[in-house]
Write a protein that binds this ligand. Sequence first.
Ligand code: GYE
Length: 364
Amino acid sequence: MNKNIKIILWIIFIGLIALASYSLRPMKNIQNSEVENTVDINSDLIIVGFSQLGSESDWRTANTKSIQNALTKKNGFSLIFSNGRQSQENQIKDVRSFIFQEVDYIVIAPVTETGWDTVLKEAREAGIPVIIVDRMINTDDESLYVACVGTDKYAEGEKAGIWLEKYLEEQKSEENVTQENESLSEETASQEENGLNTEVINIVVLEGTPNSTAQIGRSKGFEDIARKHENWNILAQDSGDFTKAKGKEVMAKYLQEYDDIDILVSQNDDMTFGAIEAIQEAGLTCGVNGKIKVISFDAVSEAFDRMEDGLINVDIECNPLQGQLIAELIERLEKGKKVDKVSYVEEKVFKAENAGIERIGRSY
Ligand code: GYE
């Protein structure tokens, strides 16, 4: 064989071997059906496995987007996203899959609070730091996670109660003015002077997923304020699982059982949208000028529409934009810096009367 041909054949042969070994290089292979990408362990990117709990609400969609937009390749991350579809069992499988793939960090938005210890111990043994986002976990061993990023759900529940206190006081003083004008009877006047307000306020609550931080915190925060008012009568507290369909179903049931509901406390906007439909289908009214006053949580874009329509009185914000905080936290950990064990994002209270202005510049 001609010497030149031999050299060319050798070059082709070596080239083929190089190509084969490149395509057979180790890839982090994902075992889970809901996982969105495959990660190249040879890259310099920080590999983060994110177990999102589901896609039950507008809030959740905004939360997922926020994290995906912050943990991008451009920012130095490679994100493996998995959707637990509302099941802790799925989430635990996803976390195990992240451990198997030797990711650098595991981020979990836990559907419920209890039952995480075993899998988190497995992550610790594998040396993978865990960050808990949105909701919390209930554990005696705080070393199972490095940090928690989320919102103060108890404070949100309290804010709902405080809004109702103020609203009822305002209503009372408006009534007093009207009654004074109509010359109040002596007996009622002395009751008002003694601060006696005997009118019963009937409240129904649509709760979120049982045993989730959002349900536990919001229920407790509101109940602690309600307890201070003897005339606040909580008629029912059932779960609408944070979805529009379930919210509508449970509200329809409440409307059949109780004919004198004054206040609806709905622990997220999606359930509120369903409940409004149930109220309207029952031929009743709600909101600013309606019979049933509505307190909602989250403050997503559609809730601002409903506030502008006057159908929701107040919305207690729960801020889903947590991605940036998570990215910063991981960057600090990478540099070996200390991080806060718990970080909360800021949140406000939006009232129907200001909804048009307050919504300007909001991204979700
Ligand atoms: O309020 C609700 C949801 O955990 C704060 O989960 C979150 C809650 C949010 O799906 O809409």
